[in-house]
Design a protein around this ligand. Structure first.
Ligand code: FEO
Ligand code: CA
Ligand code: CA
Ligand code: CA
Length: 680
């Protein structure tokens, strides 16, 4: 093969070893430099962060937020417009998913919650847009850059598309249901063919309080919808944002996180009972216009959106976006636009978003045991999604979008092991979904099936861990290579596992059901999460981990992979010696037949990076020339205790070193010889 046809035939760089050291490690010949850390000021007026909890809450409206996550690099042209070829100057846009609350304040959070602390926590969520420039081999962000922007839980946004203005989106803040404040728990991301950014609202539900007894004031349908999305009565709401003392009854900026029905209106315009309905969406942001108003694209449905990744656009065909719903037993979805792609819209900005993202159809994924599958349409009036449904009485098209999980329940989708990121292989069109893990797989409610075939009793250490602990990666080949098609074939590309899983010492209950992909010390992993195909190096897949089951052996990591095609392996029987939860501890034999891809050769799957203690590796972007990648190191030291903080001995001191508090940060990785990342 020529270099152009196949830039990566097999990795030649040496794998990074597993490590529990408090360090970021990349292969020999590569350098990783810290670019943008929690608290870094984005304007000239805001002082450098003290990184000791004393920076004011309001100052964080102009500082990097916490828990850097999904991210994209947009080349910036000399004219100030999107330039998809610029690899030395661009806009780096990233999510700030969540916070490590203890580390944000001088001595942790205090109760009752002071306004400044809560303002800081709210400002630490959302999105950053920062201008970045390469000089030599070093990247810096431009403090005071014209495009720099923080989007937070306070940024006003338009509720666009078919559900905008519906009764269920009306609040005291927007009595016509067309606006809301902010975005929260932005996990993975996406981007459009017209140079805008997509941020995805994942675990938004848990930020809402709902008082005990609220169900009594709600209709049966409302209670069904609230419960299905995890907003149960009696929930306190993350971080106690509603409990700020003294509060702000006039502004309701804190009270809006209380979804309890307290008003007397019939349409919810006198309280925030509908507040949760204004979260759970895909949000489009124009990074090239710092005053643009983000739009929540309601046509794409509401659930715990992990990410939103577009298939390569084809002129004259609809655009297709894939999105996982990350919760145990949830589903994989896709959105198919009504409008057909015109290359002229590649410079269309948010107007192109209005055209392609405000009208379309949603589909949910059903995996059949024989390696085939189908996408089931989730439109009112199809597949049992009607007002007569006994699951939930769908009132209208907006109601279906707001309660897309319930529509998917009715349609009979396959319950998956926590769908995280999705990715599309530019070489062959295969679509990848990572399944991070599922502690209740193997239960009566979620028995093993062909697409989620593995139960694992991990006897390492003292804790017996049950369920699918290490996760796996499912991939689909759309029929005819057409992403809008409603049928596909599928297999399991990879089963994550520890290399030594199938030994008696590690797995006394059963010794041949775990490391099915034959991983070794150079590429074993657990809890796959982030995944993304390089655009500069077709066929190169990045895999990132968010592990809870293997951190006694190694910190979280990123691996490079060169996968083949759906169907290049064959049928495999997964033998599980399972302990069904709630079944009294007796083991039972369960075998599941599934389709598994060809086992990766060690030259085709290799560990590229290991992070510091307590972190998750998530978020990846690259320059168009493939010579720089950006990676986010999320929450290093997140297991730090209050006593450790007081003693000045946090779990991690990355990236600033001894004496410092750990903080989330973006790193830029380059090859010392200037070559393309991971190639040769
Ligand atoms: Fe935010 Fe599903 O990870
Ligand atoms: Ca994730
Ligand atoms: Ca995760
Ligand atoms: Ca995390």
């Amino acid at each position: 093969c020529s270099d152009d046809d196949d830039p990566v035939a097999g990795f030649k760089w040496n794998a990074v070893a597993k490590s529990t050291a408090d360090a970021l490690t990349v292969p020999a010949g590569y350098s990783a430099r810290v670019l943008y850390r929690l608290g870094d000021p984005i304007d000239a007026a805001t002082p450098t962060s003290a990184n000791n909890g004393t920076d004011t809450g309001t100052s964080f409206a102009a500082r990097a937020g916490d828990h850097h996550d999904g991210m994209h690099y947009f080349g910036l042209g000399a004219s100030g417009a999107y330039d998809a070829t610029n690899s030395t100057r661009g806009l780096l846009v990233m999510n700030h998913e969540n916070i490590t609350q203890l580390l944000l304040h001088p001595a942790g959070a205090t109760t009752p919650r002071p306004a400044d602390q809560v303002i800081k926590e709210m400002n630490c969520h959302g999105v950053s847009v920062v201008e970045v420039t390469r000089t030599g081999s070093t990247w810096t962000y431009t403090r005071g850059g014209n495009y720099n922007r923080r989007i937070t839980t306070n940024t006003e946004m338009i509720l666009s598309g078919p559900a905008g203005g519906s009764n269920q989106l009306k609040t005291k803040f927007s009595t016509n249901g067309t606006r809301t404040r902010g975005t929260v728990n932005n996990c993975a991301n996406g981007y459009t063919p017209w140079g805008t950014y997509l941020t995805c609202e994942e675990n938004w539900a848990f930020y809402f309080k709902r008082a005990a007894g609220d169900n009594a004031n709600r209709s049966a349908a409302e209670v069904t919808a609230l419960n299905r999305n995890g907003i149960t009565q009696g929930a306190a709401g993350n971080y106690g944002w509603t409990t700020v003392t003294p509060g702000d009854a006039a502004d309701t900026n804190f009270a809006r996180w209380d979804a309890t029905k307290v008003g007397t209106s019939t349409d919810g315009t006198d309280d925030f009972r509908n507040g949760p309905n204004t979260f759970g969406w895909i949000v489009e942001i124009d990074p090239f216009n710092a005053t643009s108003v983000p739009k929540k694209r309601t046509a794409m449905g509401r659930f715990a959106h992990e990410g939103c990744f577009v298939a390569p656009p084809v002129v004259g065909q609809p655009l297709v976006f894939y999105s996982g719903d990350d919760s145990r037993g949830e589903y994989c979805y896709k959105f198919v636009s009504t409008a057909l792609w015109s290359a002229a819209d590649a410079t269309g900005g948010m107007a192109a978003g209005d055209k392609y993202l405000d009208a379309g159809k949603n589909f949910v994924c059903k995996f059949n045991a024989d390696g085939t599958g189908s996408w089931i349409e989730l439109t009112l009036g199809t597949n049992g999604i009607t007002s007569a449904s006994t699951v939930y009485p769908f009132a209208d098209a907006a109601d279906v979008l707001i309660n897309l999980r319930l529509a998917a329940d009715v349609a009979g989708a396959t319950k998956m092991d926590r769908p995280e990121w999705s990715a599309i292989n530019p070489k062959n069109g295969d679509v990848y979904f990572t399944m991070t893990n599922n502690s209740v797989r193997g239960s009566v409610a979620q028995p093993m099936d062909a697409a989620n075939p593995r139960y694992y009793t991990d006897n390492r250490g003292t804790t017996v861990q049950r369920g699918n602990n290490n996760g796996h990666i499912v991939r689909l080949a759309p029929s005819g290579g057409n992403h809008a098609a409603t049928t596909f074939t599928w297999d399991i590309y990879l089963f994550a596992a520890q290399a030594t899983a199938d030994t008696a010492a590690n797995n006394a209950d059963y010794q041949a059901n775990v490391n099915l992909s034959g991983l070794d010390d150079t590429n074993d992993m657990s809890s796959v999460d982030g995944c993304w195909f390089s655009q500069a190096t077709p066929g190169l897949l990045w895999i990132q981990t968010d592990d809870g089951a293997y951190t006694d052996v190694t910190n979280c990591m990123m691996l490079a992979a060169l996968p083949g095609n759906v169907g290049d392996g064959g049928a495999v029987t997964v033998a599980n010696k399972a302990v069904p939860q709630g079944a009294g501890g007796a083991t039972v034999d369960v075998t599941v037949t599934t389709r598994m891809g060809k086992k990766p050769e060690p030259t085709q799957l290799r560990r590229f990076l290991v992070g510091p203690k307590g972190c998750e590796i998530t978020g990846i972007a690259e320059t168009p020339d493939g010579r720089t990648i950006f990676v986010n190191i999320q929450h290093p030291g997140e297991n730090t205790t209050a006593a450790q903080l007081t003693a000045g001995t946090p779990e991690s001191v990355w990236p600033d070193g001894s004496g410092a508090r750990p903080r989330s940060a973006t790193v830029a990785i380059t090859r010392d010889d200037g070559g393309k990342i991971a190639v040769d």
